[in-house]
Design a protein around this ligand. Structure first.
Ligand code: SF4
Length: 189
C-alpha cells in the first residue's frame, strides 16, 4: 500500500476531506464495520413490549429471528420513553437469553444448607398448602368488641416490577378473596 493510499484511508483524513465532517458515518467506517449488518435489519419479526425491570415501563421493540430474541431496543412510539432505554433496559436481552438465567424451581428446606430442585407442580402445591394452613391458623372473624373483621394477617403479597397490569389485577382479587390485607406491588402502567 502506497503512502498516499494509506493516508487517504485514514479516518481523520476522510473526515476532513469527505462529506462526513462529523465522522459519524462513512468517515468512521472500516472495511470490517462496512460489512456488518444490524440485527434489527435482519430480524424476521418485531414484537412490541414493555421493559420488565422497573415501574417506569419504557416501551421496547423485541427483534426475533428463527424464533430467538436477537435484539431489544427502545420503542420510539412509546409515549413513556420515546425510544429511550436506561442501561438496565438496554441489557434486557440477557434477561431472556442468558445461560445464567434461573429456569428451575429451587427450594432450600429449613436448616438445609443446599438448594433442592423441585418441579413446578410440587412447588405450587407446597405454596398452596402453606397459604391454606396459614389462613386457617390466623383467621380473624371479629375483633374483641364483636365487630366483623373477616381477615388474616398470616400472609401478604409483595409483587415486583415484572408483573403486568393484568397479573396484578388477578393477584389483588385472589389475595383479597382470601382475606389478606397487605397487598402491595411496584406500580406499572
Ligand atoms: S429501561 Fe430502565 S427506566 Fe425504563 S423501565 Fe426499564 S429499567 Fe426502568
Amino acid at each position: 500500500m502506497g503512502v498516499r493510499t494509506w493516508i487517504e484511508g485514514w479516518p481523520v483524513y476522510r473526515q476532513l476531506t469527505g462529506d462526513d465532517p462529523l465522522g459519524r458515518g462513512a468517515a468512521a467506517e472500516s472495511q470490517r464495520s462496512r460489512a456488518l449488518t444490524a440485527r434489527t435489519s435482519t430480524a424476521d419479526s418485531v414484537a412490541r413490549s414493555v421493559c420488565p425491570y422497573c415501574a417506569v415501563g419504557c416501551g421496547q421493540r423485541v427483534y426475533v429471528k428463527d424464533r430467538q430474541v436477537v435484539q431489544i431496543e427502545g420503542d420510539p412510539d412509546s409515549p413513556i420513553s420515546r425510544g429511550r432505554l436506561c442501561p438496565k433496559g438496554s441489557a434486557s436481552k440477557s434477561l431472556v437469553t442468558s445461560d445464567r438465567r434461573q429456569q428451575r424451581v429451587l427450594h432450600r428446606r429449613p436448616y438445609a444448607t443446599d438448594w433442592e430442585e423441585l418441579d413446578l407442580e410440587t412447588a405450587m402445591d407446597m405454596i398452596a398448602d402453606r397459604m391454606v394452613a396459614a389462613r386457617e391458623a390466623t383467621w380473624e372473624d371479629a375483633d374483641d368488641d364483636g365487630n366483623p373483621l373477616n381477615r388474616t394477617l398470616g400472609f401478604a403479597s409483595l409483587g415486583g416490577a415484572t408483573l403486568d397490569n393484568e397479573e396484578n389485577y388477578l393477584i389483588k382479587k385472589l389475595f383479597t378473596a382470601m382475606g389478606a390485607l397487605q397487598i402491595e406491588n411496584q406500580a406499572r402502567i
